[in-house]
Structure formats: structure tokens, C-alpha cells
Design a protein around this ligand. Structure first.
Ligand code: NAD
Length: 517
């Protein structure tokens, strides 16, 4: 079985990335260390062990946070464009190692090799963005009400930024945060997912090598490894000025409360329950392609995966039949084999959640159109491969209201005006991504208006999944409200300072107040 690792070049990728199989998961640059509990990393592709990583103990963490804190006091003095130059060089290394890092992402997490490469491409894109941004961290100037005064605002780095990330985007989310946070002048500590520890180590090693070559203070890029308890070392620590956390709503609620208790800042990127509205004016062929990719891509394990289709009764049967047909053609198997469309779920717990969700939708009165199943036999030895399923359901079903992190698609019928569909689309607690399939301008504008989608992302004539780094990414309601990546998301990693300078010989007070001595 270790055959897959050999056949598909996973061994070579580890070698090129200089990642050992028996290793340690703590670093603030230079050597890896750590004496916490050991974590085994098993691939969902074939169930084989990829490696073992010693996690971060609280004394290890202490070394990391004090180095990061000290590094920040130096790093903030570097001109931002010089910080950008380091990120540019880091990006050169990402470009060079893209095939190997993409392979490791694919094998350790279980997404297709193409998607693994796509994730590294997102890292490359955000680094490009960050390099340009390093010359544009600008504030506004305002006219003072007092004569001879100048007023403006400027942006300063926050300090140590903690990044907690989820298993499903094991590298891109880190760089969305760090590439921007670094050029802003922060030191970053990353706790990747305990399900993808070797991938995190590979990234930290790339950053450390480039940073060391440039004389960047050790601690600007740091890594800690472990489960929620290790994450809590950062959320409870007042030295971590911002905690940027990506993961489930359950995790986000815990993190938000802990960080708020010490009045720290948090940036939350949490679960979604994304829908596509399909009106009678939809281009059905494109709609089906967008919906199938959105529902089964990454085995339904994207925060932006399509979970609900809200279909007008006039085109309901047509869409339903086309989907059932399309699902018959899906090839499920080894994601490193480019002939397959759907890879495995991350682990057996996730398989259990998928199974339970299918039972629940039946129990609530749903009608399963494409049966789900856990696949067994040759090629499915990891026990993590499942069949994508489709069920007819109602929006108010408890199970439809939840995010099940797997390939289950719910079909929901609507009738009458588009506003009825929008009501259903918005009728969940999550608010990440949404889409409308319609070639009708009025419908599109209604969907995008203030009475339309209440999500952070609203697309027309493309699906819910996939995002470009140039836009700000994130969602509303229980998705957490955070924004990462492009646009002006960089402001979350800096503090705003309003400055007034008096260049007169007087000291006039604001609001015309007199205070004569
Ligand atoms: P998860 O919530 O189980 O874990 C995410 C990370 O949080 C892990 O690193 C974990 O160790 C850490 N963690 C968990 N509890 C913590 C706590 N109390 N304190 C500190 N750290 C804690 O999520 P997962 O299963 O890895 O990922 C899937 C979830 O992530 C889905 O809900 C998905 O929608 C969401 N997600 C959201 C986005 C987004 O941008 N909105 C992106 C990717 C994934």
C-alpha cells in the first residue's frame, strides 16, 4: 500500500520539501523541536501512515511566543516594501516547489492533485498581492477644524498574530493570513490542523529558509502543532493580539468567547451552508456543471461547497433528472489519479457524520434520489470513500440547517417569485457563499440587492465554491463575519492611529473650548 506513496511521488515530494517522517512540530525558525504528545498522520487516500509529529507542549509554546514577541519589535521597524521583498522571495520558493507541495497537500488531506496545485497557486497569488500591498498600506487625511492643524490616520502592525486553520485548506488559509500579516509588520504563529501536520511543517520550513537568508528576526514565522488544547494556548494569551481562526462554527464560538474575555481581537472564518438558486431563466447546462462541481468537489469538504439547490418548480424535474444523470458518471477513487472526480473524506469520523446525515434526512421525511454509501474493496481500503448523494428535502429540516462536511446535496423546491427562493436561501444560521443561476437581469439585481442574499459571497451564473484572492473572503452570521485575503482585508492585521499635528504657535482646543490659564 505504501505503493501509492512511491507510485505517485509522495516520497520524492517529502524529500524535496525536506520533511522527515518522524519529526517535531514546533519552530520559530531554524530547528524543529517539541516534546508534546505524538500525532500520527494517516492519509485518507490509502489509510497509510505518512509520518509522526511531536506536538507542542506548553513549555515549547512559551519559547515560541517569547521569540515571536521579540521578533516583532524588530520586524515592525523594517520598511514595509522590504518586508514585501522577503515575501516575494518566499513566493519564488513556492513557485519552485509547487508540484511537491501540491502533492503533499493532496495525499495528506485527500483532495485531488489538481486541487492541491490550486491551493499552492492561491498561496502564490496572495503573496503577489501582498508584495504590491507592501507599498500601499495607506491611510486617509482629513481636514482639521482647527487652523494650522493637520489630521491623518496611519496604520501600524498589531504584534503577534495567531493563525488557527482547518484541515480542508491546509496551506492556502495560512498564507492568506500570513502573507498579508507579514507585510503589515506582524509576527505570525500558526497552528495548522492536527489532521495535516506534515503539510504545515513543509510550509514553515520553506518560510524559515527564506527568512533566515534575509536576516528576518527568528520568530516572525512560527509553527505550533496539536489539537484544540494547543490552539487554546494562543486564544488565552494576551500576547497574541489577533487570533485568526478558520474552522467549524463550534470552534469559532469557543475561540470568540475566549479571546473576547481578554478583549483581544479575533477574525473568524467558519462553516457555511451554501445554496444555489435556480430560476426558470437559468442556463440549465451550466447550472448542472456548477452544482455538481460545487457539491462533490473536494468530496464536499469546502467551506463553500454547495449544500442546497433551491429550484423553481417549473425547471425542478429537468434539473433533478440532469443531476441524477451526472452523478452516475462520477468516478470515485484515489485523488492522485487524475481520472477520478471524487476523493475520500478526511477520516472515519467524517464518514460517520455523513452516514448519520443521510439517516436523519430520511427520518425527517426527505426523499433520497441518489443513495449514499461507504465504499469498500480494492482502492477503498482507507474506509474514507463515500458515494455523493442527493436528497429532496425541505429547508426547515434540522439536518438541512446544519453543515454536514461531505458530499450530500439537498434539492428544495420553490414556486412564484425569486424573493421566495431568497427567503429560503437566507433561512439558515450560516452566511458564507450563495449563487443565483439566471440570465434575467431583474432577478440578478434583486438577488444582489440589500433584500437579496445575506451572505459574504454572492455569485451570479457561477457556483458557490472557489474564490479569487483579489476579493475579501468571508461570511456573515454564524460564519463569523471575518474577511481575509484581498480588497482591504489587510486592515484587520493593523491598528489604526488617528494623528493630529499642530504647526501653529497656539494650542487651540477642539469644539472651540476655551481653557485660559
Ligand atoms: P475544526 O473546527 O474541527 O478545527 C479547525 C481548527 O481549529 C483546528 O486547527 C483545530 O485544532 C482548532 N480548534 C478546534 N477547537 C479549538 C478551540 N477551542 N480553541 C482553539 N483551536 C481550536 O474544523 P475542521 O474540521 O478542521 O474544518 C472544517 C470546518 O472548517 C468546516 O466547518 C468548514 O466550513 C470550516 N472552514 C471554513 C472556512 C472559511 O473560510 N469560512 C475555510 C475552511 C474551512
Amino acid at each position: 500500500m505504501a505503493q501509492i506513496q512511491e507510485k505517485y511521488g509522495v516520497n520524492k515530494a517529502l524529500e524535496a520539501l525536506k520533511v522527515d517522517r518522524d519529526t517535531k512540530g514546533t519552530s520559530f525558525g531554524g530547528e524543529l523541536f517539541g516534546n508534546g504528545a505524538k500525532i500520527d498522520s494517516f492519509s485518507p487516500v490509502d489509510g497509510e501512515k505518512l509520518g509522526t509529529v511531536a506536538s507542542t507542549s506548553s513549555s515549547d509554546y512559551e519559547k515560541v511566543i517569547s521569540s515571536a514577541d521579540a521578533a516583532f519589535t524588530e520586524w515592525r521597524k523594517w520598511p514595509a516594501p522590504q518586508r514585501g521583498e522577503v515575501v516575494r522571495q518566499f513566493n519564488d520558493e513556492l513557485r519552485r516547489l509547487k508540484p511537491e507541495l501540491g502533492k503533499l497537500v493532496s495525499y495528506e488531506m485527500g483532495k485531488s492533485y489538481q486541487e492541491g496545485l490550486g491551493e499552492v497557486q492561491e498561496m502564490i497569488d496572495i503573496c503577489d498581492f501582498a508584495v504590491g500591498l507592501s507599498r500601499q498600506l495607506h491611510g486617509l487625511t482629513m481636514h482639521s477644524e482647527r487652523p494650522g492643524h493637520r489630521m491623518y490616520e496611519q496604520w501600524h502592525p498589531l504584534g503577534v498574530v495567531g493563525v488557527i486553520s482547518a484541515f480542508n485548506f491546509p496551506v492556502a488559509v495560512w498564507s492568506w493570513n500570513t502573507a498579508i500579516a507579514w507585510v503589515c509588520g506582524n509576527a505570525c504563529i500558526w497552528k495548522g490542523s492536527e489532521k495535516t501536520p506534515l503539510t504545515s511543517i513543509a510550509c514553515q520550513k520553506i518560510a524559515s529558509r527564506v527568512f533566515e537568508k534575509n536576516g528576518v528576526p527568528r520568530g516572525v514565522s512560527s509553527l505550533i502543532t496539536g489539537d484544540a488544547k494547543v490552539g487554546e494556548l494562543m486564544t488565552t494569551d494576551h500576547r497574541v493580539k489577533l487570533v485568526s481562526a478558520t474552522g467549524s462554527i463550534r470552534m469559532g464560538k469557543a475561540v470568540a468567547q475566549t479571546v473576547a474575555k481578554r478583549l483581544g481581537k479575533s477574525l473568524l472564518e467558519l462553516g457555511g451552508n451554501n445554496a444555489i438558486i435556480i430560476t426558470p431563466n437559468a442556463d440549465i447546462k451550466n447550472t448542472v456543471i456548477g452544482a455538481v462541481f460545487g457539491a462533490v468537489g473536494t468530496c464536499g469538504q469546502r467551506c463553500t461547497s454547495t449544500r442546497r439547490l433551491i429550484i423553481h418548480e417549473e425547471v425542478y424535474d429537468q434539473v433533478k433528472d440532469a443531476l441524477v444523470d451526472a452523478y452516475k458518471q462520477l468516478r470515485i477513487g484515489n485523488p492522485l489519479d487524475e481520472n477520478n472526480h471524487v476523493g475520500p473524506l478526511i477520516d472515519k469520523d467524517s464518514v460517520d457524520n455523513y452516514r448519520k446525515a443521510l439517516e436523519k434526512v430520511k427520518a425527517e421525511g426527505g426523499n433520497v434520489l441518489v443513495e449514499g454509501d461507504v465504499l469498500t474493496g480494492e482502492g477503498y481500503e482507507s474506509g474514507c470513500y463515500v458515494k455523493p448523494a442527493i436528497a429532496e428535502a425541505e429547508n426547515h429540516f434540522d439536518i438541512v440547517q446544519e453543515e454536514t462536511f461531505g458530499p450530500i446535496l439537498y434539492l428544495i423546491k420553490y414556486s412564484g417569485e425569486i424573493q421566495n427562493a431568497i427567503e429560503k436561501q437566507n433561512g439558515v444560521v450560516q452566511g458564507l457563499s450563495s449563487a443565483l443561476m439566471s440570465t434575467n437581469l431583474r432577478e440578478a439585481e434583486q438577488f444582489l440587492s440589500a433584500e437579496g442574499s445575506d451572505c459574504g459571497i454572492a455569485n451570479v451564473n457561477i457556483g458557490t465554491s472557489g474564490a479569487e484572492i483579489g476579493g475579501a473572503f468571508g461570511g456573515e452570521k454564524e460564519t463569523g463575519g471575518g474577511r481575509e485575503s484581498g480588497s482591504d482585508a489587510w486592515k484587520a492585521y493593523m491598528r489604526r492611529q488617528t494623528t493630529t499635528i499642530n504647526y501653529t504657535k497656539e494650542i487651540p482646543l477642539a469644539q472651540g473650548i476655551k481653557f485660559d490659564l
